[in-house]
Design a protein around this ligand. Structure first.
Ligand SMILES: C[S@@+](CC[C@H](N)C(=O)[O-])C[C@H]1O[C@@H](n2cnc3c(N)ncnc32)[C@H](O)[C@@H]1O
Length: 203
């Protein structure tokens, strides 16, 4: 997208913050060698990220987890006492630790590794811009692994809008998650995805 296109989408202030963030992330990328995506798609560069933070904050969580947290720019803005980010990419986890020397903790891992938090209850698990590369069976298994490891009260996920890239899965989470979950929120980011909050129902 051109700079003018970005300004139209984000406004001048966010476009400037996005450019500053890109410059900062490129330095981290040179050191830790993580995927280019993280350096170009910072918090201020994508509208959905603030929306995810707002959805999570509405739940007033004490504990928050993000699976596929990348550099942790969503997670670290959620108002929770304890925050844990998990990602399979060791380089990005090391960079996230370096960037956020606060009460967020970052772990190399995925769904089942949420047990490493040693939290019995997680108020919200965020999984955005990550599940579209897994098929429905893998998503279902992943959520089951999560629930075997800890009690999860809410999930925030994203359904991407169907587009030309057919290799990405546009999940219907209400069907995938089944009766154990109720959808309590569904909002559009205005372009590429729906953001949804699910509440766990008592067994
Ligand atoms: C496109 S980035 C999104 C990062 C962040 N969620 C965001 O929206 O800013 C996807 C991240 O998910 C991670 N990832 C992919 N599959 C994963 C899995 N099964 N478990 C944990 N992390 C995963 C990747 O390493 C990458 O850092």
């Amino acid at each position: 997208m051109t700079t003018l296109g970005k300004i139209r989408e984000l406004g001048l202030v966010k476009t400037t913050l996005c450019a500053a963030e890109i410059a900062q992330s490129r330095v981290l990328q040179a050191v830790y060698g993580f995927d280019h995506w993280h350096a170009s798609q910072g918090f201020h560069c994508r509208c959905y990220k603030q929306m995810v933070v707002d959805l999570a904050d509405q739940l007033r969580p004490t504990t928050a987890v993000e699976i596929g947290c990348g550099l942790g720019d969503i997670l670290c803005r959620i108002q929770a006492e304890r925050r844990y980010g998990l990602d399979l990419d060791e380089g990005v986890v090391m960079a996230a630790r370096r960037r956020h020397r606060d009460k967020s903790q970052f772990v190399v891992g995925s769904f089942a590794d949420v047990a490493q938090t040693r939290e019995p209850v997680i108020d919200v698990v965020v999984m955005v811009n990550v599940l579209h590369s897994l098929d429905a069976g893998q998503v279902r298994d992943g959520v089951e692994q999560l629930r075997r490891a800890v009690e999860v009260k809410h999930l925030i996920v994203d359904e991407i809008v169907e587009r030309e890239n057919k290799s990405l899965h546009c999940h219907k989470f209400a069907e995938i998650l089944g009766d154990g979950w109720s959808r309590i929120e569904r909002v559009s980011d205005g372009s590429s995805r729906w953001l949804e909050t699910y509440r766990a129902e008592p067994a």
